[in-house]
Design a binder for this molecule. Sequence first.
Ligand code: PRX
Length: 651
Amino acid sequence: MNDQNAIGTYSAENRSFEPSPAFVSRARIASRAQYDALYKESVESPETFWKRETSDLVFDTPWSALSEWKPPHAKWFIGARLNVSQSCLDRHLTTATRDKAAIIWESEPGETLTLTYAALHEKVVAFTAALRTLGVRKGDRVAIYMGMVPEAVIGMLACARIGAPHTVVFGGFAAESLRDRINDCGAKVVLTQDGALRRGNVVPLKATVDRAVETIETVEKVVVLRRLGAEAGSQLRAGRDIDWYDAVAAADPAQGHAEIVDGEHPLFILYTSGSTGKPKGVLHTTAGYLAGTHLTTKYVFDLQDDDVYWCTADVGWITGHSYLVYGPLSNGATCVLYEGAPNQPDWGRFWQIIEKHRVTVLYTAPTAIRAFIRQGNDWPAKSDLSSLRLLGSVGEPINPEAWMWYREHVGKNRCPIVDTWWQTETGAIMLTTLPGASFTKPGSTGLPFFGVRAEVVTQEGQKVPTGEGGLLVLKQPWPSMLRTIYGDDERYREQYWTEIPGAYFTGDGARQDADGYFHVVGRIDDVLNVSGHRIGTAEIESALVAHPAVAEAAAVGRPDDLKGQALVVFVTLKPNQPATPDLKKRLAEHVANEIGKFARPDSVRFAESLPKTRSGKIMRRLLKDIAAGIETKGDVSTLEDLNVLAQLREE
Ligand code: PRX
């Protein structure tokens, strides 16, 4: 271990950094011994641990038993009755938090809107009444397809208040993907906005909703926020569409109450990519998810009452759910919500926002950090970043160079960095360092959070020796774990609980070092992580084969300095289809139109055939090597036709 200003002689991976005495003196968990004791309690006496640690949340009826585990199905906080929105809002109304800012919204053009906890509560109550008046009841599903505006958060909390599970669909998804998700969960109402502002352009969300819901019978109402102003005029379809604030004005104000639900009542469904087939509707429930996000936010971000906390994730992803909405609001934190792109109007925007709002905690993604590095050190240097005290990273492995840049140029060698590993499925952070408790290392996600038993194992479930690579598993259920895949219990069981005996399989590869710190290297299944966006190769492939020119397709990831992974697709064409550069462009465009622009392939390569085993399975690892331009070291003896490799290399 080195002191916090260590420089130079080590390669970045070997360095470690202790938190400064100033940070430790205020930290909630201020020593390794304190972490160790709490961790021990969390796994050995979980009842005592969770009782105390959730005592500030609002339960209408307390739980009678902590959990029930009938593999692979877990229940937590048995018998508890509550409503999540009361812990996020109502409970703050009787304390000084009432008049504290809950959301500081920064629009892309630069306006600021601040909502105190009292104001946010009022808006959520009003919109709850609006949704109830439109017929939304406990158990109904509501889809939310919006940009980064306060109403997106208000919509989520209003759904929670009714007990109507929301499914937020990232605004970058195309109509087809939106339709699949609305259809899969049978949403009754869709919340959207006329358009979102992104890099100075308008993203026409309402028009996409119109296309998506055309053929969907379950959708009864579309509620439209006029973000661009009434004059920008999105067309409201009579009988189906209603203006957001007209719906509020027309509502019965008595309908804004919180419905008390069982602790295992579904809170939301969030679709994510798996290694096969269509996206999975990851289902999270009420009490366990709230407990997990509440506790991790408090301890991982070491929340203090005067913090101004900024999580840059979009509400459409799990990070936006857990660390933009439920975790911070249940802790009474002040959250910055930024509407736009990091480089609008220029690459100084993030740093100006930090200076303007005196942000103290910043939680962002490695891909953003790498993009900033490319723009040079001058941008962060132009703004006053002295308010920052803690930095976080999430979504993909952070390379040590990016970690060091983040530390030096953003944190000014003063702020600890928490590298947090978790997934849509885990609901909350699973691996991290607690910033005041222990040293951090570039490229390591640290130790398990309370109640988490993580291990690196072989395919047979045997723990691998220290320092060796293996599969990352979680050995026991935890409160914020997914409960199932919506409508598909069998897929849930198969996907997560059958691969490795007796454990939840994460899909990630990892190793644990001599300090017990985890190093997560990334997915080892057919899931890609492109700029922190999780993309299933199967989804890309099925979009491609739906194109009339395509016979067969295989999608793989190629290491990329900026995006982590770039998306490369190999395509064989149907007979008589000319393999032109123009067709490559059209195929890339086709994927963007079918799934979303973030899934546009970086490279399309034509192939006469794809490398397959004799049983017809595409040999992806060979394609990965070809995409990366490296010599294949692996075994090719099972390859059906060796010529295929030579042809692919030539192309
Ligand atoms: O591969 C891991 C990677 O992101 C995957 C989960 O993606 P998603 O469900 O979209 O959730 C992202 C936000 C939590 C994981 O299986 N991942 C996430 N965080 C890290 C990470 N890889 C390395 N280090 C991390 N800190």
